[in-house]
Ligand binder design. Structure first.
Ligand code: ATP
Length: 228
């Protein structure tokens, strides 16, 4: 069943058009990769889904409802959990307080987050601002999971992090996938992203230009759509 379905999405920043017809869908339990070179519209697509930068045309359907006329907090409450580019936690709350503040009932509980992120469990009484960048990113993911979203959206969740932390985050993403969490993910690390994804959508200049299984994204296609 389709959880998220986007068609003909057109989004503007002022007079400047960024999206010209994005098509995208995520089925229940799927991990979908949203790909494309810098500036092709990945973050704008996510911002449009969440109505942070509302689309001017097209449709966003989530769990069978049209959501693009709703306010961002209502969309979040329907079950969309975004981890935006650049981590966002409450700096002067502890790790535990950050997680508890986000909590809504469901599968992902404090105990589960401790199991997924032992580094956070060890630092549960530390202020978020004293965590490393990578640990703050883990906390941002933990917070999004604590809202028990039907769809978790990760925008460049591993960018700029130390290799050992990236490795841990990818391993968490694989665990989430095994446990049936639906995920929409933007990331530049193809070597990790492709084996984790069920399907890929490639954007070019604000349009969906390719969609398929990761195994069909040949080196030639990667070069054409993602190469620098
Ligand atoms: P990146 O990988 O660099 O984050 P992206 O694929 O996420 O790229 P977007 O950030 O969605 O791309 O940008 C799509 C287009 O919209 C680009 O042309 C960009 O310059 C433009 N854009 C993005 N944010 C703004 C903004 N706040 N105001 C004006 N134009 C913007």
């Amino acid at each position: 069943m389709s959880l998220l379905q986007i068609s003909g999405l057109e989004t503007f920043y002022g007079a400047s058009q960024a999206l010209f017809g994005v098509e995208l869908d995520v089925a229940e339990g799927e991990v979908v990769a949203l790909m494309g070179r810098n500036g092709m519209g990945k973050t704008t697509t996510i911002r449009s889904i969440m109505a942070l930068t509302p689309a001017r045309a097209g449709e966003v359907r989530f769990a069978g409802r049209t959501i693009q006329a709703m306010k961002p907090h209502r969309i979040a409450r329907l079950g969309l959990g975004l981890v935006p580019e650049g981590r966002r936690c409450f700096p002067n709350l502890t790790v535990a307080e950050n997680l508890t503040a986000a909590a809504r009932p469901g599968r992902w509980t404090r105990g589960e987050i401790d199991r997924l992120f032992p580094r956070l469990a060890e630092r549960r009484d530390q202020m978020a601002r004293t965590l490393s960048g990578g640990e703050q990113q883990m906390l941002a993911i933990g917070r999004a999971l604590m809202t028990n979203p039907s769809l978790l959206i990760l925008d460049e969740a591993t960018e700029g992090l130390a290799p050992v932390i990236r490795h841990d985050i990818w391993s968490v993403i694989r665990t989430l996938k095994q446990e049936g969490q639906s995920i929409l993910i933007v990331d530049k690390t193809l070597a990790e992203l492709l084996p984790s994804a069920d399907r890929c959508f490639v954007l070019e200049k604000g349009r969906t230009v390719w969609t398929g299984h990761p195994a069909e994204l040949t080196p030639e296609l990667q070069d054409r759509y993602l190469g620098v």
